[in-house]
Design a protein around this ligand. Structure first.
Ligand code: AVI
Length: 322
């Protein structure tokens, strides 16, 4: 088993994105990808265990039940590229089903070095799988995987856990389209999508009574303090989860409890923030099964199969590049 990581630098992009997000004229915004530093990735692991957050368990149930059928639908020599591998626990089902019949290369792609390391540890014991991690943005990493691709191999891309739902619409379709441009006909994408469910259930999932999701969200301000020498006082912000019926998304925000001025000392930027003003940190779109099929077609894929968990409505969609 060969394990190594290919790493990209992004510290200055973080600085630029934070400064431009905090100075947006109408709604302050901080990109959700920055929630996942070392602390955030660990808090997200805890969120996945919470009784109120059924998404990860539904995803795992579907993969456990249908992994054999999923890999049978992608015959031949397959390399697996996973976008946002997380801990790698759910991926085990797919890799084990593949490695029963064929040696397989697995490329987890993550911007979080912590998550990449967790995933590599978790999957190190599966025989016939070679792992090479890419510490990159998803599409950059996928381009690197495609460049290593040999004739006769198919790429099976995994985007599990409804990561796609964290792109605002229509950025989700654009993301699929960009992915499709990197892939060849016959390559496949297994796309996990969280489905619509009662609003109260969603609010509990994103504002859990233990406060883990609140800590996950507030950690973004703590991260800016740590990495950019800012002076956010965490007690002066509160976590808010609300449902937008226009976009059918849960939105996470950080609401200011008072008028205040925050300084990012590393850049010298000072930002006035009003009482009740919010920083928008994440959107989590909830799909209908048909919406996923149409979105896939718009992006140049054909939906080959769809498996739905009814305990926590969630769909695993196998999309074929045409
Ligand atoms: C990673 N992503 C799919 C999670 C979600 O449910 O949208 C992120 C998350 N945010 C708060 N809780 C979980």
């Amino acid at each position: 088993m060969l394990t190594n990581a290919i790493i990209a630098e992004s510290a200055s992009e973080f600085t630029t994105d934070v400064c431009s997000g905090l100075t947006k004229p109408d709604q302050k915004e901080l990109p959700s990808k920055y929630l996942y530093d070392q602390v955030g990735s660990r808090l997200f692991e805890v969120i996945c265990e919470l009784p109120e957050y059924g998404l990860t368990r539904a995803d795992e149930r579907l993969l456990r039940l249908h992994a054999t059928e999923i890999v049978e639908r992608v015959p031949g020599q397959v390399v697996v590229a996973e976008l946002g591998s997380g801990s790698g626990k759910k991926t085990r089902w797919i890799l084990e089903a593949l490695s029963r019949h064929r040696p397989t290369s697995y490329y987890p792609i993550e911007i979080s070095a912590t998550a990449l390391a967790m995933c590599e540890r978790e999957l190190a014991d599966i025989d016939s799988i070679s792992i090479v991690g890419f510490e990159h943005e998803y599409l950059d990493g996928l381009l690197k995987v495609a460049a290593r691709h040999q004739d006769g191999q198919r790429i099976l891309v995994l985007s599990l856990g409804s990561t796609i739902g964290n792109f605002d619409h229509p950025a989700d379709v654009s993301f699929l389209r960009e992915m499709r441009l990197i892939l060849q006909p016959g390559d496949a994408l297994l796309l996990g999508t969280d489905l619509q469910k009662p609003i109260l259930q969603l609010i509990e999932a994103y504002d859990d009574p233990l406060g883990v999701t609140a800590a996950f969200n507030l950690n973004l301000l703590a991260r800016i303090n740590r990495e950019l020498d800012a002076d956010f006082v965490l007690e002066q912000f509160e976590h808010v989860a609300k449902f937008s019926s226009v976009t059918r998304s849960i939105e996470m925000h950080l609401r200011s409890r008072q008028d205040q001025v925050v300084t990012i000392h590393k850049t010298g930027l000072s930002v006035p923030i009003l009482e009740n003003e919010t920083n928008w940190t994440e959107s989590c779109h909830k799909y209908s099964p048909q919406e996923v099929v149409s979105m896939a077609e718009d992006a140049g894929f054909r939906c080959d199969a769809q498996w739905i968990d009814h305990e926590w409505p969630f769909a695993e969609n196998l999309l074929m590049a045409e």
